[in-house]
Design a protein around this ligand. Structure first.
Ligand SMILES: *Cc1c(COP(=O)(O)O)cnc(C)c1O
Length: 369
C-alpha cells in the first residue's frame, strides 16, 4: 500500500528507556501515560494539508487566541491498537473512525482529512512507537489512539478557522476493569441533556463532553458511576451515556438499542455489537426506548441485562439504575459478579475478534505494524 502522505519521521533523541517503558506498561491505567512520539499535520486555507510528520511527544505551541480555546472548534476519535499472539499489531474497523472523523469535521466546519490518511497516520505512529503496544499475554491491554483536529488560528472573530492542526497521540491502556468486568451504576438525569436535535450530538466533539460533565457530577454526587441522558424534547427517550451507547437484553433473547436519532453518537462498538448479537442468535431492535421501559422492564423481569458499549471499556455491564426518586438493581448479582450471560458472551466474542483469537470473517481488522 502506498501512503499518499509522506510522514516525515523525526525520532526523538531522548526516548523512554526500556525499563521506564516496561514500568509504564506494567500499570498504564487509562489516558495518563503517553508514548515517545505523536503525529502532527497542519492545515491552512492557503496551503491545505502540509508537513505531516511523526515527531517527539511534546506540549503544543498554540496561541492563547486559538479558536479552539474559545469556541471549541474541535473533534476527536478514539480507537485501539491490539497486539496479537504472533506479535503483529492491528486496529479494529479504523475506516469507520475515519469516516466518522469526516462527518464530525463537516458538522464542526473543520476541513476534511482524507480518510486514507487517517489510517496512514495511525500506522505511521504505531510503526515508530510499536514497543509501546502491550504484549499479547498481558490480557485486555492495548495502545489507545487519540486522533484530534483543533482550530489553531489566532482569531477571536466567530467563523470557521483558516488554520487547524490534526494530531494523533497514543497511550498504553490497561484493562478497563482490572479484575474482570463489574457492573456499574447509572444515574438517569433529567436536569441536563447532552445533545439536541440539530445540535452536535452525532459528532464526536469535545463540546458534547463539556455539556455532559455537570450530569456526570450529579451522578457522582448521587453515588453513581456514570450518567445516562434522555432526549432534549420530550425528556423521555433514552439516548446514551456520555461516552457509551446503551443496550437492553430481554428475557426472550431480544436486544434493543436506542435508534440513531441524530443526537446519539454512532459507536463503532455499537454497530459491531448489533452484528455480533445477530450472529449469536439475538433479534436486535434499533428503536426508541423510553426511560420508563427501562424501569418497568427491570421491575417486571422482562429486561434481564443492560450494558453499555464503547471502545475504551468495550462492553460495560450496568447493575443499577438510580434517579431522583427511585433505585433499581439490574440482574442477578449473586452469579458472575452480576455480569449477565448475554453481556458476557458478546463481550468475549468482541474481544476474541479484536485480539485475533477467532477468525476475522468480516475483515474488520487492519494491520498497523
Ligand atoms: C466515542 C463515543 C461512543 C462510543 O463509540 P465507539 O466508536 O464505540 O468507541 C459513544 N458515545 C459517545 C458520546 C462517544 O463520544
Amino acid at each position: 500500500m502506498t501512503d499518499a502522505w509522506d510522514f516525515a519521521v523525526e525520532l526523538r533523541s531522548d526516548p523512554a528507556t526500556a525499563e521506564a517503558r516496561a514500568a509504564a506498561l506494567a500499570k498504564p491505567g487509562f489516558g495518563q501515560v503517553f508514548t515517545d512520539h505523536m503525529v502532527v499535520a497542519p492545515w491552512t486555507a492557503e496551503r491545505g494539508w502540509h508537513d505531516a510528520r511523526v515527531t517527539a511527544y511534546a506540549p503544543l505551541k498554540v496561541s492563547p487566541a486559538a479558536a479552539v480555546l474559545h469556541y471549541s472548534q474541535e473533534i476527536f476519535e478514539g480507537l485501539k491498537a491490539y497486539r496479537h499472539a504472533d506479535g503483529s499489531v492491528w486496529s479494529f474497523r479504523p475506516e469507520r473512525n475515519a469516516a466518522r472523523f469526516t462527518k464530525s469535521a463537516e458538522r464542526l466546519a473543520l476541513p476534511q482529512l482524507p480518510e486514507e490518511e487517517f489510517v496512514s497516520a495511525l500506522r505511521a505512529l504505531v510503526t515508530v512507537d510499536e514497543p509501546w503496544v502491550p504484549s499479547a499475554d498481558s490480557g485486555e491491554t492495548s495502545l489507545y489512539l487519540r486522533p484530534y483536529l483543533i482550530a489553531t488560528e489566532a482569531a477571536l472573530s466567530v467563523r470557521p478557522a483558516r488554520e487547524v492542526l490534526f494530531g494523533v497521540i497514543a497511550s498504553p491502556a490497561g484493562p478497563y476493569f482490572a479484575t474482570g468486568p463489574k457492573p456499574v451504576s447509572i444515574w438517569l438525569t433529567t436536569s441536563t441533556v447532552r445533545a439536541t436535535p440539530g445540535g452536535t450530538g452525532a459528532a464526536k466533539c469535545g463540546g458534547n463532553y463539556a455539556a455532559s460533565l455537570a450530569g456526570l457530577a450529579e451522578a457522582v454526587a448521587n453515588g453513581c458511576d456514570q450518567v445516562a441522558f434522555v432526549d432534549a424534547v420530550e425528556h423521555k427517550w433514552l439516548e446514551e451515556i456520555g461516552s457509551m451507547n446503551l443496550f437492553f437484553v430481554y428475557a426472550d433473547g431480544r436486544i434493543a438499542t436506542p435508534e440513531l436519532s441524530g443526537s446519539i453518537l454512532e459507536g463503532v462498538t455499537r454497530a459491531s455489537v448489533i452484528e455480533l448479537a445477530a450472529d449469536l442468535g439475538h433479534t436486535v431492535e434499533e428503536r426508541r426506548v423510553s426511560a420508563d421501559e427501562w424501569k418497568d422492564g427491570v421491575r417486571s423481569g422482562e429486561i434481564t441485562e443492560v450494558f453499555a458499549s464503547g471502545t475504551a471499556a468495550v462492553i460495560t455491564p450496568i447493575g443499577r439504575l438510580a434517579w431522583p426518586d427511585g433505585d433499581l438493581t439490574i440482574g442477578d448479582h449473586s452469579v458472575d459478579h452480576g455480569v449477565g450471560p448475554v453481556t458476557k458472551s458478546i463481550r468475549s466474542t468482541l474481544l476474541d475478534l479484536q485480539y485475533g483469537r477467532i477468525p476475522d470473517s468480516r475483515s474488520w481488522l487492519t494491520r498497523l505494524a
